[in-house]
Ligand binder design. Structure first.
Ligand code: F6R
Length: 242
């Protein structure tokens, strides 16, 4: 309802805007619970957080929960989201390893892993600030079009096109994950504050549909219109249809 939309010139200014929001949250509450995303959109934010840390911002009380992970990849696999987070953020700030959470893609019981992931978020009092990227089909996390809004953390069957897109990162087709674990739409909507970021013209239709179109599971990010505290930070290309 109360969506704050910030349009900036490019990727760097998007990253600065979002990093400022994260740092303000950490200063307000040093033990903040942050929801984190992977992908290309937050990379600039993470390198700015490292810079803030080098200038004295303390991450030792911060708790994090990532949106998603591939099924079947251990944390030391270079394509796992755990590995991405270690490389791009966790190893670069003084966050405590035991305070970082990412769904365990090699858990024996995936259903139980999903259930306990939501339970752990609840136990720490919920997410204070959730960062989100958006897919060109308006997915958030791995919640693809058609995912019911009521979904909690769940096992997702990846689409053929996603599997094909991912194949280039793996030695052989048989190594490409066919499933992922993802926080659900409902888990995401429980966060107190949400920041959605997007850059580039390939996101323009998704951003328009999410912010200006009808609220429908066919456009997963459109659910954010129902959240009381969302900030959208887009560059001019991604915001060009608004
Ligand atoms: C990542 C995630 C995805 C991405 C989205 C955008 O953890 O959950 O929903 O945020 O696919 O990806 P990029 O930023 O690479 O365009």
């Amino acid at each position: 309802m109360d969506m704050n939309i910030v349009v900036v010139s490019n990727f760097d200014s998007m990253s600065e805007e979002v990093a400022k929001i994260v740092i303000a949250q950490i200063r307000r509450k040093p033990s903040s619970v942050l929801g984190l995303a992977t992908g290309s959109s937050p990379l600039g934010v993470y390198s700015l957080l490292e810079e803030y840390h080098n200038r004295g911002v303390d991450f030792s009380k911060i708790i994090t929960f990532n949106l998603d992970e591939y099924v079947g990849l251990a944390g030391d696999h270079p394509q796992s989201y755990r590995y991405y987070m270690e490389q791009n953020l966790f190893a670069r700030v003084n966050i405590k390893p035991e305070k970082t959470h990412i769904p365990n893609g090699i858990a024996q019981d995936l259903q139980e892993e999903c259930r306990s992931y939501d339970e752990t978020i609840r136990q720490v009092g919920g997410i204070d600030l959730q960062l989100l990227g958006i897919g060109s089909n308006a997915h958030i996390g791995f919640n693809e079009p058609g995912t019911p809004f009521g979904t909690t953390t769940h096992v997702v069957d990846l689409t053929e096109s996603t599997i094909r897109d991912n194949a280039r990162f793996f030695a052989s087709r048989s190594e490409v994950p066919t499933q992922a674990l993802s926080m659900g739409i409902k888990s995401i909507m429980h966060a107190q504050n949400i920041v959605l970021m997007a850059n580039g013209g390939s996101k323009a239709d998704a951003i328009f549909a999410a912010l200006r179109g009808p609220v429908t599971p066919e456009v997963p990010a459109s659910v954010l219109q129902l959240h009381p505290s969302v900030t959208v930070v887009v560059d001019q290309a991604a915001g060009s249809k608004l």
